[in-house]
Design a protein around this ligand. Structure first.
Ligand code: ZN
Length: 221
């Protein structure tokens, strides 16, 4: 299985109070909405009754420009927020990524935040579907911040496979995928690495959260 995550930075740093408002992102988003408007979903899991902090939802909406009316859980207990009800296969891919993450965390003796229900995942609309090489790579546009002027900089924003939104509760956003679900598992495992490190090895977290200074994933082997 070909997985192409590495060339796309994620950001383990929490970006504060930023709205994506550049015209190019909005135009791109509207085009992609058309491309991704066909839902393949036939499975309809129930809405979750577990409460999600409204401030966290607001933050995710502000950063992505998306809305997250659907709240559900994966079979193993990760809270998932999305625009439309995710397919079971996508939820399973999220669980698979966390299972890999927790296994590697256990090998390192980490005990904090290594349960499925410690995590909340937002599924945002992708701002692109393919990378520069033409490979399927649903990514979200986020403010360039520390990546400004780097090779990743698209003019004030970068494309990211995922982004950490909050530490408590542990939350991050990834882009909706309709195929290559192995990539979803990898992005989950990689975003989750930042959060697991934050709670179990703060020094290593600090050294690895910002990929603009080099480094990528996996951090933990
Ligand atoms: Zn990362």
């Amino acid at each position: 299985m070909k997985v192409n995550v590495r060339p796309v930075p994620c950001t383990g740093l929490v970006i504060k109070g930023i709205m994506k408002s550049t015209r190019s992102i909005l135009v791109r988003r509207s085009l992609l909405l058309i491309l991704t408007g066909i839902s393949l979903s036939v499975y309809a899991p129930a809405q979750s009754r577990r409460p999600v902090n409204p401030a966290l939802i607001s933050r995710a909406e502000q950063i992505t420009g998306d809305r997250f009316p659907i709240i559900t859980t994966t079979p193993r207990g990760v809270i998932v927020l999305a625009q439309t009800m995710p397919r079971l296969q996508l939820l399973n891919a999220i669980d698979s990524g966390f299972a890999d993450l927790f296994a590697v965390a256990q090998r390192h003796g980490y005990r904090n935040r290594v349960k499925f229900d410690d995590y909340t995942v937002f599924i945002g609309k992708p701002d692109r579907l393919k990378d520069r090489a033409g490979q399927y790579s649903p990514d979200i546009a986020v403010p360039a911040q520390q990546y400004a002027g780097s090779d990743y900089d698209q003019g004030g924003f970068i494309y990211a496979a995922g982004m950490v939104l909050a530490f408590n509760p542990c939350a991050f956003v990834i882009a909706e995928h309709d195929r290559d679900l192995g990539r979803v598992s990898n992005v989950v495992r990689f975003e989750g690495e930042h959060l697991v490190l934050y709670y179990n090895d703060r020094a290593l977290y600090e050294r690895t959260a910002d990929h603009s200074r080099g480094g990528g994933h996996p951090i933990l082997q």
